[in-house]
Design a protein around this ligand. Sequence first.
Ligand code: GLY
Length: 366
Amino acid sequence: MKTVTVELGARTYPIHIEAGLLARAGEFLAPLAKGRRVAIVTDENLSVHLATLQASLTAAGIGSEAIVLAPGEGSKSWATLEMLCNRLLELGVERGDHVVALGGGVMGDLVGFACSILKRGCNFVQIPTSLLAQVDSSVGGKTAINTKAGKNLIGAFHQPVMVLIDPQVLDTLPIRELRAGYAEVVKYGLIDDFAFFEWCEANGAALLGGDIGLREYAIAHSVSAKARIVAADEHETNGIRALLNLGHTFGHALEAETGFSQALIHGEGVAAGCSLAFGFSASKGICPGQDAERVAAHWRDVGLPDGLAAAKIGASGERLVDHMRHDKKMAAGTLPFLLARGIGQTYLDKTVDLADVETFLDAQPR
Ligand code: GLY
């Protein structure tokens, strides 16, 4: 088993990674539960994993109650949050108890936020079941719901006390979701780890094809990078954690253009967005053109969109930049961009002129 530690002083926590770990979760939860019943929050699509988890808890002598919610982004709402908090209160969850979030990014974000406010904060454990949640959202304590005004606008930083990652649960994940999560894996290479990007080029297709050893390695490597970044900038205040937003400003505009629908799921937006960030950097002479082409080529190799045409975005530059103006990172009329001097050399640039971005986007093939 691989264990990565997120070093946050008194709130330091472990991330355990191993194929088959879900069936052993009881061993890890028993010392935390101290004989108390555990509330598990999950979604309707995950009944097989819920059964495995509950059997493991029973074998470890721990009782559990499952709260099963509707799958999908719609559950990150005020209404579901209220219902979930009421249900957790009915179950008598105390501050010292440990609520388990079993699911993808939606469950992690919603349950984490509920736990940040329940009795002014109770413990929670993340058991992520999508690749995207395993390598990104389950680690680092960002929790949130969506409102009419936008995604993730209401939330809190609330760290889990433990993360249990079982790469084997990915076997039941649709390939499109798996690919989308893989975009976030490659992102760690693009940010500051050229050798890991080369590893992705060599192993990405086999990883997506089902190789469990490669999946375990990629998850552990990604989570180590995330743990390092979160430890250096927990609340995204000094520019380090912001590096994780590589591809997200462009990607967010594409997702907004498609109405945050199944037409372009988040990781696909990130992949296309990374291509655009590298392409824009190359167009400004900041990054070698061959690096931008190499990033796009890797997305094509693994079946992810490498730009506007592949993402089926026909909108004008003006329209896409207009979406960017509503980005929550907009500050005093300026939108910070993650640009790159090369693969593995991402940096935060607060001087980007949106008119240049518009011109660049207009020049992209549709
Ligand atoms: N997903 C970006 C972050 O955790 O900061």
